[in-house]
Design a protein around this ligand. Sequence first.
Ligand SMILES: *Cc1c(COP(=O)(O)O)cnc(C)c1O
Length: 366
Amino acid sequence: MTGPAPRPEVLRIAAYVGGESKLPGVNRVIKLSSNEGAFGVPPGAAEAFARVAQELHRYPDGGSTELRRAIGRRFGLDPERIVCGTGSDELIQHLCHIYGGPGTEIVMSMHGFTMYQIAGTYAGSRVLKTPERNLTADVDAMLGAVSAATRLVFLANPNNPTGSLLPRAEVERLRRALPSDVLLVLDAAYAEYVERADYEPGIALVDAGDNTVMLRTFSKVFGLGGMRVGWAYAPAGVVDVLNRVRGVFNVNIAAQAAAVAALAEPGWVERSRAHNAEWRARLGAALTDAGIKVWPSEGNFLLADFDTVARAEAANAWLRARGIIVRGMAAYDLPHCLRITVGNAEECALVADALAAFMAEARTHG
Ligand SMILES: *Cc1c(COP(=O)(O)O)cnc(C)c1O
């Protein structure tokens, strides 16, 4: 007997594997595998979550009105041009289905965020991955892959998992050279961590035309990965179609309340950014001292390069045996690397010490 057959392209998708959070036999796990904020949940968000418990019988506001207003105030944006989603993942999926589909192509860079490939393939598009330079998206290579069939170009900036960033001028050059009917999606999930002056998350390009979208998330600096809230800042035409197809009540009542409260948490982003800048540098220096190559990162994570697959796997096993979970990078075609989230001070020290010991052991025993 044969069951119902899915569309063939669905079976070409490798299911997304999230960062692990448990290790057998280990009570206290140090989880540095999903780039969650180093400080946990903003206290005000936890309080808002508890308060909303008495209202769980109510449907949420399907338009996330208060949340969009709060985002608009915080970032100086028109709430009418904001669409909230069940994480930015939901919005990535919808954009692929709205603008992509069979016979169309989507362009992303080689080590770009893998969700674009999953969502694009699901939509029926062909997803083209273009070569990078120094693990950084190459605008010319991306432009070279654009054809008459191209409908979307995805750029995570900064990129996960490489941490690399394209300066504002390069992103503008990409937009200028793309055909006007190609949607450029700028995924700025890590925007708050960036300290470089030549960076722009995408707001200016969204405002400058009708074919660029910026995506943001509450899952990283705002410490709400478990709540699933992301948002798009988009031209009116894109807002209109996203609102036609998104889940009607896509952002649940607790998620909306927690996100509004997270935005109101005094000093949260500033403290998180300062902590990240300090500990990203300290962790990077410690790994470099231990003899591990570390790629420059503008996010809240570092890509540690062990040169060989065997050494990266041995390092991963070594960390796991000590209760530390980082992210293996085989799914990103970087099997010789591990991605390590910048955690709190203690977590950074633990992972740095463990990897220094690993490298010392590797030197002694080959
Ligand atoms: C973490 C991350 C997101 C956020 O996804 P959510 O669905 O909002 O949790 C989006 N893009 C990139 C590049 C990320 O690393």
